[in-house]
Structures are given as C-alpha cells and as structure tokens.
Design a protein around this ligand. Structure first.
Ligand code: GLN
Length: 315
C-alpha cells in the first residue's frame, strides 16, 4: 500500500465498495445458534481505523452483532500474556486444520493438541487457560481485556449467550474429548460457559476496525493509547490469522487477500494491515465456510486496490 494514501481517498473507496456490494444477497444466516437467525440480512457495515486513530465508515457501521469467533485470536493473546509461549504451545498447535471450525476430528490424531487456537477446540483450550479461579474472575478478566481493544465498555448479548448454552453440545463434546486427553482442566462447564460469553460480546464494524488497528499498532489501542497486548505477541496472533483465520477458506484468503484476518459466523471479519490500519466488515449472510459473503468481497477488492497483501512490495 502506498503509505501516503489520504483518509479522503480511503473514505471514497469505502463508500464505493459499500454501494457496489450492498445488493449482493448470496449466502445465508447462521442458524445452528438459533438466536443468530434473527440477524437482519441487509445489514452491511464497513469501517477502517488508521493507526492514528481515525475511523471512516460506510453503511450500517453501528449495527450491533455478537463477536463470535473473531474473539479467538484475542483470547490466544490473553493466554500468551498469562502463561507465556511454551506453556500455551504445549496446549495448542499452529497448523491450519483444513477442517471446519467446529471439527473434533483433528484432536484424536497427531499430538492430542487441537490444531490451532482459531478452531473451536483450540479456542476452548485457550479460554480454559484464562478462566481464573472463580467464574467472576474469568468473566471480569475477559471483559476488561476485550474492552482494552475496543476502547469502551462492552455488553453481552444474553439471548445469544443463552442460545449457545442451550444448544452448544458439540462444543461441550469437544471439551470432553480434550479432557479425556488431559488437555484441559476438569471444570468443563465453567470453561464452556466462559467461551460462550466471549462469543457473545456485542460489537459493531467500527469496533472491529479499532480492535484490528490495535494489532496494527503493535498492541496499542490508537484511540485510547491503552496497551491491549504485549508487542512481542502481536506477530504470533497475526501469523495464525493469516494462515488459519478463515477456516476452510484460509489458503484462498492468504493467496487472494493476504491480510491477517479473522471471521465469525455472525458475519464479522476483522483484518490487520500491520503499521497501517485495521479493517472491519459486518454483513451476516455467510457462505459454506462460515465467512461473510460481502465481507470477503470487500476485503478482496480493498487488498487489490490498495495493494494490502502483506507479501506485496510497497511502493
Ligand atoms: N460461538 C460459535 C461456536 O462456537 C463461534 C463459531 C464461529 O463464529 N465460527 O460455534
């Protein structure tokens, strides 16, 4: 990307992309968490926050949605800060799984570790590492840590949270399998409860871009100046986001887009352009990989137009 690109030009491009893709109605709402099926299919927000803390947005950038799997790299970061690299790596791999996000198969083979922290199994293992001794301690820790990234108080969507509590048996099964292999602590319900809570934080596309910009600025929130993550761990989060962030579309994403990113099944995608900007897109119609259809299109075009692929030589 040309480092001198102006905020005005960025704004023009963002508005153009919003109008270009708002009529795309491919994909469908996630229904396996019943509450997510209530999202508005036409909602579409795009936001970019620069590392100077300036945010530009288009469309429904204030539309609230639950963070879902976009929370995963951040909890991996929290686990790294709490336990250090060696301990965390003994609990989770860094290999793209080639499997859907909720896969349980990879655990049984290989090293008994989940493939990586961005599939459900690895994410639950990371939540297990940060859960603390009491339920309140774990909840408060997550709340405070995510608030450092967004720069304001966060709420939980209780109906989505309860919907996952009622229906998230596959995630419980994953947790039981990990317990069988001695990979997580025996208080499974506590861990799974906390995992469902972390997935239920309410954010919007503007928040996504601030969280991404915080990683783009080496872990420092560009709006508040608060440190959300130790600088030495930023690279580890970004590497996993580039190789594993979009599930079974991760290879295509690295090839076509080349921006470290994370998607969630509620329709958010967050992307980090190191040293430059954070990008957030929300549109709840998702494809068969569980990635926002309009979101993928916006990222593909932004990457090509602005030359944001991390392996592309900057002008
Ligand atoms: N809470 C969801 C789940 O565990 C998150 C999945 C996702 O966003 N891909 O199933």
């Amino acid at each position: 990307m040309n480092k001198n690109i102006s905020v005005e030009l960025l704004n023009e491009i963002v508005q153009e992309l919003y109008h270009k893709y708002k009529g795309v109605n491919d994909g469908s709402l996630a229904t396996y968490i019943p509450e997510l099926a209530k999202a508005k299919p036409n909602h579409f927000g795009i936001s970019i926050t620069t590392i100077d803390g300036e945010t530009i947005s288009a469309g429904d950038f204030e539309a609230p949605f639950t963070i879902q799997s976009v929370s995963k790299p951040f909890v991996f970061g929290m686990a790294l800060e709490k336990h250090g690299m060696d301990h965390v790596r003994s609990k989770v791999g860094v290999e793209p799984s080639g499997e859907p996000f909720h896969s349980i198969i990879k655990l049984d083979t290989d090293s008994k570790r989940p493939a990586n922290p961005l599939v459900n199994a690895g994410a639950i293992a990371m939540t297990d590492l940060v859960k603390g001794t009491t339920q309140k301690e774990g909840r408060d820790f997550l709340q405070k840590s995510f608030e450092a990234y967004v720069g304001h108080p966060l709420n939980i969507d209780l109906s989505v949270y309860e919907s996952e509590i009622d229906t998230g048996h596959r995630n419980r099964a994953i947790a039981h399998l990990m317990l069988h292999f001695g990979m997580i602590d025996k208080e499974i319900e506590k861990t799974v409860d906390l995992y469902f809570r972390q997935c239920s934080f309410i954010i919007n596309s503007s928040d996504l871009s601030t969280m991404a910009a915080t990683l783009a600025k080496d872990g420092l929130n560009p709006k508040t100046g608060e440190r959300a993550l130790e600088e030495r761990y930023v690279k580890s989060l970004l590497t996993l986001m580039l190789t594993c962030g979009l599930y079974t579309y991760a290879g295509e994403w690295a090839f076509n887009v080349g921006i470290p990113a994370k998607s969630g099944v509620s329709g958010g995608i967050l992307g980090v352009v190191p040293g430059r900007m954070g990008i957030g897109v929300y549109s709840p119609l998702v494809d068969s990989h569980g990635n926002s259809v309009r979101g993928v299109k916006v990222f593909e075009e932004l990457s090509q137009k602005l030359k944001l692929h991390v392996l592309e030589k900057n002008p």
